[in-house]
Design a protein around this ligand. Structure first.
Ligand code: NOJ
Length: 570
C-alpha cells in the first residue's frame, strides 16, 4: 500500500474518532483535580502482605476495592523510595527506586495496573528540596569538592552567623548549617541535619529533577505532591536570612510535567501568606495547579476551637485563586502537625486549650500532633460537622487514611509519628494490618481508639458509623462538582458561629451551611427569587422562600447541604 493511502486511511479513522466523541461544553471538566477526592496514605502503614511487619504495594493493592467503594479518586502516596527512614522517607536516597520494605519495582507496576483498572489515579510525594545524607550525590559531593555533585548542595567555608536561624523543626533541630566531617565545610539543611538541601541554581540539577518527574510520569503517576516548595526554590546563602527565590522554576517544572503527560499536575506544599500565592500558582495559572491551603487551615482550626468563623471567612476570601486553573487542596489532618504558626500567640493558645492542652500534644512551638477524633474528644457531632465542612469547602478535599473511621494517635511515638500508626482494618491481631507479631510501628490498642473498637470491618456494618457518613459525604460531593469547580460566595447569616457558602456552576446552585457553635441557631439567608431549598442530606421538607428570605434552623454543630431549585411541580 502506498504511503499516501495509509495516511488517508489513518486520517479518516482519526477524523471519525473525533466525530464520534461528544462535544465537550466545558473544558474545565477536564481538570480532574477539581472534582476529585484525594486520599493520603503511606505504603508502610496501610497493609502488609508478606508478614514482615511493614506495609507494601501488594498489600495496598488488596485494599483498592475498599478505597474505590469509599469513593476515592486519587491516592497520594507518601515517599516510598529507598531511604534510611530517619524522616519517615522524606530523606530519599534514590529517586528512581522503591524501598525494599515496600516491595519491588514489579510490585509497584502491579499496583499501578490495579489502580488503573479501577480508575484510581496515583499521585506521589516528590522530595526535591533535599536528599538524605546517604544519597550517593551527597557522598560524592563530600569526597570530591571538585565534582559536579558538590555544586548540587549549598556550602559555606566558615560557620555562617545565622547557622541557627530559620529551623523547620524548632525545639528538635539545633541548626540549619552543619559542619561536614570530610570537607570541613558547612552545608545547609532547612530540615534535619541528615537532609542536606539541594541547590536549584545549578542547571544540571534542574535537568536531573526533570528526569525524576519524567521517570515516574512514564510509570503512570498522575501528579506530584511537591514537598517544601518555598524551601526548594530558595538559594541558600551563608549569612542571608532572606535568600533569593527561584520562582521561575515552578512554571518550568509544570510545563515539563505536562509535556510528559498532558494531565499531570503539581500539588505544592507551600505554607505562604496570601500575598505570595500568585507567585506559586502563577498569575495566569502557569505554576502549581494545586496548593494546600495551610493559611485557611489555621483559621479553620481557630473557628472549630472557638466557634467563631469571622477569621475563617476572611482567610477564605483572602485566598481566592486568581486563575481558573488554580485549585486549593483542603484538609483537616495530614501526616504532620497542624501548623498554627500564622495565628497570634493568643489565638494559638485558644486552639491549644481546646485541642491540645498538654505540652506532649504540641510540637515545634507552633502545632498539634494529634488526630482529629482525640482532639474533638470523640464528639461525633463535631466530627461529622468538620468532615461535612471539608467536603464542602471551595477546593479539593484531601483525607488522610484512617480519618474515615476516626482513628486516634499515639503520643508515645516521636514527633509526628504519633499520627502515622498502622491502618485499623479489623479486630484481628494487629488490626489486620500485618500477620507479623511485631509491626514496624505499634498499632493503637487503647480503650477508646484501639483497633478492637475502631476498625473498618466494624464500621462497615454499623448504621450511622463515621465510615458510612464519609461514604455518603463523598458520594454527595461527587454529585455536586460545582463545589470544586464553580464560583462561590459567602452568604451573610448575621451569626458569627455559622459559615454559609453558595456555589454556582452550569446553572446549578448548591449551598452548604455549617454551625461551628455549641448552641442551636436560627438563620435567615437571602433567597434566590422563586427557588426553594432542597435538603440534600436529611429527609426534610423543602424550605420555601418567604419574602425573599430562607429561614433555616440548625442544631449545635449542625450542617446542611441544599440545592436551590424551583418549587416542586413548577
Ligand atoms: C514536609 C513534609 O510534610 C514533612 O513530613 C517532612 O518532614 C518535611 N517536608 C521534610 O521533607
Amino acid at each position: 500500500m502506498k504511503n499516501s493511502v495509509i495516511l488517508s486511511l489513518l486520517l479518516g479513522s482519526f477524523i471519525s474518532a473525533i466525530q464520534a466523541q461528544p462535544v465537550a461544553t466545558y473544558t474545565a471538566q477536564d481538570r480532574w483535580y477539581k472534582h476529585a477526592v484525594i486520599y493520603n496514605l503511606d505504603v508502610k502503614t496501610f497493609q502488609d502482605s508478606d508478614g514482615d511487619g511493614t506495609g507494601d504495594f501488594r498489600g495496598m493493592a488488596e485494599r483498592l476495592d475498599y478505597l474505590r467503594a469509599l469513593g476515592v479518586d486519587v491516592l497520594w502516596l507518601a515517599p516510598f523510595q529507598p531511604s534510611p527512614l530517619k524522616d519517615d522517607g522524606y530523606d530519599v536516597a534514590d529517586y528512581y527506586g522503591i524501598d525494599s520494605t515496600c516491595g519491588t519495582p514489579g510490585d509497584f507496576v502491579f499496583f499501578m495496573r490495579e489502580c488503573e483498572k479501577r480508575g484510581i489515579r496515583v499521585m506521589m510525594d516528590v522530595v526535591l528540596n533535599h536528599t538524605s545524607d546517604e544519597h550517593p550525590w551527597f557522598t560524592k559531593a563530600r569526597i570530591d569538592t571538585g565534582s559536579m555533585y558538590h555544586q548540587w548542595y549549598a556550602w559555606a567555608t566558615r560557620r555562617p552567623e545565622n547557622y541557627n536561624k530559620g529551623m523547620a523543626f524548632p525545639g528538635v533541630q539545633q541548626e540549619v548549617w552543619t559542619q561536614d566531617s570530610v570537607t570541613r565545610k558547612w552545608y545547609f539543611h532547612r530540615f534535619y541535619r541528615f537532609q542536606p538541601d539541594l541547590n536549584f541554581s545549578n542547571p544540571f540539577l534542574v535537568e536531573e529533577a526533570e528526569r525524576i518527574l519524567a521517570y515516574w510520569l512514564k510509570l503512570g503517576i498522575s501528579g506530584f505532591r511537591l514537598d517544601a516548595v518555598p524551601f526548594m526554590i530558595e538559594v541558600a546563602q551563608p549569612g542571608n536570612d532572606e535568600p533569593p527565590q527561584l520562582y521561575d522554576l515552578i512554571p518550568r517544572m509544570q510545563r515539563f510535567a505536562q509535556w510528559n503527560r498532558g494531565d499531570a499536575i503539581l500539588l505544592g506544599e507551600a505554607n505562604v501568606p496570601p500575598a505570595d500565592n500568585s507567585k506559586y500558582f502563577g498569575s495566569k495559572g502557569d505554576g502549581l495547579q494545586m496548593m494546600f491551603n495551610f493559611y485557611a487551615n489555621q483559621y479553620l482550626f481557630y473557628a472549630l476551637a472557638t466557634g467563631k468563623t469571622a477569621l475563617l471567612k476572611k482567610a477564605l476570601t483572602e485566598t481566592r485563586p486568581q486563575s481558573e486553573v488554580s485549585q486549593w487542596a483542603y484538609f483537616l489532618r495530614n501526616h504532620d502537625e497542624i501548623d498554627l504558626g500564622r495565628l497570634t500567640d493568643a489565638q494559638r493558645k485558644e486552639v491549644y486549650q481546646a485541642f491540645g492542652p498538654d505540652t506532649s500534644m504540641q510540637l515545634y512551638d507552633r502545632g498539634i500532633r494529634r488526630r482529629l477524633s482525640p482532639m474533638f474528644n470523640n464528639n461525633r457531632q463535631m466530627l461529622d460537622m468538620a468532615y461535612s465542612l471539608l467536603f464542602s469547602l471551595p477546593g479539593t478535599p484531601v483525607i488522610r487514611y484512617g480519618d474515615e473511621i476516626g482513628m486516634g494517635d499515639d503520643l508515645r511515638l516521636q514527633e509526628r509519628l504519633a499520627v502515622r500508626t498502622p491502618m485499623q482494618w479489623s479486630d484481628a491481631a494487629n488490626a489486620g494490618f500485618t500477620s507479623a507479631a511485631m509491626p514496624f510501628r505499634p498499632v493503637i490498642s487503647n480503650d477508646t481508639f484501639g483497633y478492637r473498637k475502631v476498625n473498618v470491618d466494624a464500621q462497615q456494618l454499623q448504621n450511622g458509623s463515621l465510615l458510612q457518613l464519609m461514604k455518603q459525604l463523598i458520594a454527595l460531593r461527587k454529585e455536586h462538582p460545582e463545589i470544586g469547580m464553580g464560583n462561590w460566595q459567602l452568604l451573610e447569616t448575621n451569626n458569627d458561629n455559622v459559615l454559609a457558602i453558595q456555589y454556582r456552576y452550569n446553572n446549578r446552585t448548591t449551598i452548604a451551611v455549617h454551625n461551628f457553635g455549641r448552641q442551636p441557631v436560627k438563620l435567615s439567608l437571602a433567597a434566590i427569587t422563586g427557588n426553594q431549598l432542597q435538603n440534600l442530606l436529611q429527609q426534610q421538607e423543602a424550605i420555601g422562600e418567604s419574602k425573599g428570605i430562607w429561614n433555616i434552623g440548625l442544631p449545635a454543630y449542625g450542617y446542611r447541604w441544599f440545592a436551590a431549585v424551583p418549587p416542586s411541580g413548577k
